[in-house]
Write a protein that binds this ligand. Sequence first.
Ligand code: GDP
Ligand code: MG
Length: 344
Amino acid sequence: MRFHDLAKVELIAGDGGGGCVSFRREKFVPRGGPNGGNGGRGGHIFARAIEGLNTLLDYRYRRRIVSARGGRGQGKNRSGRGGEDVWLDLPRGTQVFDEDSGALLADLLEAGDEVLLCSGGRGGYGNTHFRSSTHRSPRMAQEGGTGEVRRVMLRLKVLADVGLAGLPNAGKSSLLRVVSHSRTKVADYPYTTLRPHLGLVERSYREAVFADLPGLVRGASEGVGLGHRFLAHMERCRVLLRLAEVREQSEGDLAVVAGRIVEDWGIVGDELERYGCGLAEKACLLVVSKGDLLGEGEAEVLRGLLGERGFGKVWMVSSVTGMGVEELVEAVFGLLGEEESAYG
Ligand SMILES: Nc1nc2c(ncn2[C@@H]2O[C@H](COP(=O)(O)OP(=O)(O)O)[C@@H](O)[C@H]2O)c(=O)[nH]1
Ligand SMILES: [Mg+2]
């Protein structure tokens, strides 16, 4: 389920500082010329995508963001200080919409992508600016401009509808290949390292994007290997499939097979839980892969054994024979439908 992928924020850029009215005062110069400096510009408000953020949670609590005013101009032609700019740091994949018009202002895909959302007001001219041959002692200065105000909606795009989570060799890539027939329609996600493989899964009029995310290992949530990146990607999937394989080395002892499956699911589940960010609460299906390695009738026995251990609802599939694959896809579409109606 999507937890923190929407936030609304009001942005108020600082006003510009006013210009100054001032005249030189020097010995022997009875009436000096104007020397009022210009006001400083108000701070701008920018947004940028940075590495290492995964949610918009921060912006749920920062409803209003304000940048500083520009300083007033001063005598001796000193300009006012510029107001400091403010940067909104956002996760990659955040879209910024103007809340009132609904227009997409920016799609911040890569770390470093940035956009100016609100301009600070311009600084007002000091009276020096208004001097001319006919107007040698202007007593006027300009007010600073008003900073822009804008309400924006931030939305973190989901990476994929369905994420495949499992230890290396669990059969994730193979499953992605058999469920998706039209991979070419899905562009590679523009992340530089640890690129998830995406597959478009189409069944009659419905479609969903599945992501095969390599890199889950024990300790991933502590940042072992690329695990942390993997989990960050997972967070941006709506439904997870937790895969565990039927291991060939188990020599046909189904109790051992069941034990290993439960253990593998557990490792994956532990990492999801330790990572936090709502990963453990996401809609999740438990999948047993490589079901073709089971002999005649063994699938049912294994199902029974898993049931005894408290895993009553499992999907048994084979990417080799196609066993159980369509039932799994059906179940996934069912979950996605529920999730959509719950979150509008
Ligand atoms: N017998 C059998 N082998 C499979 C199945 N799915 C994957 N494999 C094999 O298991 C190994 C790992 O599969 P892969 O999809 O690359 O796993 P991943 O590391 O989770 O992506 C490969 O040698 C696959 O050929 C399956 O359904 N049945
Ligand atoms: Mg793989």
